[in-house]
Design a binder for this molecule. Structure first.
Ligand code: UDP
Length: 438
């Protein structure tokens, strides 16, 4: 596999302000509020900086002793400024503090003589801050929502899983006020236009990416030894935040069926990476596993450093991504890059990254029987796993960060130079670059 061509930064792009108000790239990934978005912000910033741009990432100061400025790597600064009370807080409770946060960002930029060519805001809370700053700075604002409240509400199973109306209203307003919106796949773009009446010409589609130098095939036996996992057990891996939307309860139900079916041969083991004791969703999961008498078949690992994850992907026979909703689904692509086939829900971005029958399988969400059947197919057929895994590694290369970042930069450049995005959508779609699907 040849590495992707490095791209050259356009002269229009010198300094970018990234807004990631509610969660920092330094947060513990796999906890309740830190996952794909944190990885995305860090990786895009890193790619830009490696090519000579300067990136300042603004986030809320989570503790009194958090330094205002941390250099994450050459060219990338993390700037933590006050936004409401310290400690972990409900995201929605940050809303009243967003305008003072925007003022603090503006003041910090003024004091430090920083000017920006573009603002890239992540998640709706940052969008509100970006909206205030773009007027003061007179620069374009690009918005990545990461998730959409309306799309989440569509698959909510109870009132408590519904997103606040305040968020829906804010997202609708931002869809119109920002200069451009970046969706991760064509379905997300369609959702933006259906639910929020976003102007299609304002929305570009650029998938998220994967670090193909970190996530690449490895030795299963060695990985199992280092993780102290039985060498011959069929192993299903789940990686992610422990959140109802991830469908882990459906996976536990599927595991129950699989244990019955594979009892005489080798019952499978589920390795669960992410979350931790004390998180309410984690405790609910524990009691479900206990009710099914499955505790001895599940290894609860807790959250794992991103750089340590490849070993888990290598140790697994199959990775399950049973989400009800996923705007992109980094975990599926990381597994694919490692050569481990995926069984994923046909939900959101997963339908554009997993090629059914070629690089893994797609099943309906909330269907434990369908999930169990496909997991069974892979767990009991080593040649099938090897074939799909090898194809998955090849397919994942189109999501290598340098490839993705070059498209992000293309969008930045268009916006800075004041071009309409719909023309650039056309150009990129002609090159097959915007769909992210296969
Ligand atoms: N992740 C991690 N450690 C963990 C759990 C998750 O580094 O313990 C990472 C995982 O590798 C992936 C991200 O968190 O890069 C989750 O992204 P995804 O898009 O799958 O889900 P999201 O969190 O955005 O819903």
């Amino acid at each position: 596999m040849t590495p992707p061509e490095p791209f050259i930064l356009p002269p229009s792009l010198r300094r970018v302000a990234m807004l990631a108000v509610h969660t920092s790239p330094l947060a513990r990934i796999g906890g309740p509020s830190a996952g794909g978005m944190n990885i995305y912000v860090r990786e895009v910033a890193r790619e830009l900086a490696a090519r000579g741009a300067r990136v300042d990432i603004f986030t809320r100061q989570e503790r009194a002793d958090t330094p205002t400025l941390t250099v994450l790597e050459p060219g990338v600064c993390l700037i933590a400024l006050p936004c409401g009370p310290f400690g972990s807080v409900e995201k929605i409770s940050l809303v009243p503090y967003l305008s003072s946060f925007a003022a603090a960002v503006d003041a910090w930029a003024g004091e430090n003589r920083r000017t920006y060519d573009l603002i890239h805001a992540h998640y709706w809370l940052s969008g509100i801050v970006g909206d205030a700053l773009r007027c003061r700075w007179d620069v374009p604002l690009l918005m990545t929502f990461h998730t959409l409240a309306q799309a989440k509400n569509n698959v909510a199973r109870s009132e408590s899983e519904n997103e606040a109306t305040q968020r829906v209203v804010a997202e609708r307003r931002l869809m119109h006020s920002v200069d451009a919106v970046m969706a991760f796949n064509p379905q997300e773009k369609a959702e933006m236009t259906w639910y929020y009446r976003a102007e299609p010409g304002k929305v570009c589609v650029v998938p998220a990416g994967v670090d193909t130098a970190l996530f690449r095939p490895g030795d299963r036996a060695e990985a199992r030894r280092s993780l102290d996992l039985p060498p011959d057990d069929p192993v299903i891996l789940f990686v992610g935040r422990i959140d109802p939307i991830k469908g882990i309860d459906v996976l536990v139900d599927a595991l129950c069926g699989l244990r019955r079916e594979m009892w005489l041969t080798a019952p499978p083991r589920l390795v669960l990476v992410g979350g931790g004791e004390g998180e309410p969703a984690f405790e609910t999961l524990l009691s479900r596993a206990s009710a099914h008498d499955l505790l001895d078949r599940i290894t609860f690992v807790g959250s794992v450093r991103h750089s340590d994850l490849p070993t888990y992907y290598h140790a697994a026979d199959v990775v399950a991504v049973p989400s009800f909703y996923e705007s992109f689904g980094l975990v599926a692509v990381e597994a694919m890059a490692c050569g481990t086939p995926v069984v994923a829900s046909r939900a959101g971005g997963l339908a554009f990254t997993v090629d059914d029958g070629q690089t893994g399988y797609l099943v309906p969400h909330n269907d434990p029987d369908a999930l169990a059947a496909r997991l069974h197919d892979l767990l009991t057929d080593a040649p099938l796993r090897a074939r799909l895994g090898a194809q998955a590694t090849v397919a994942a290369q189109r999501f290598a960060w340098p490839v993705i970042a070059s498209r992000v930069v293309h969008i930045y450049d268009r916006l800075i130079r004041g071009y309409r995005l719909d023309l650039c959508n056309e150009t990129l779609a002609q090159g097959g670059m915007m769909t992210g699907g296969s």
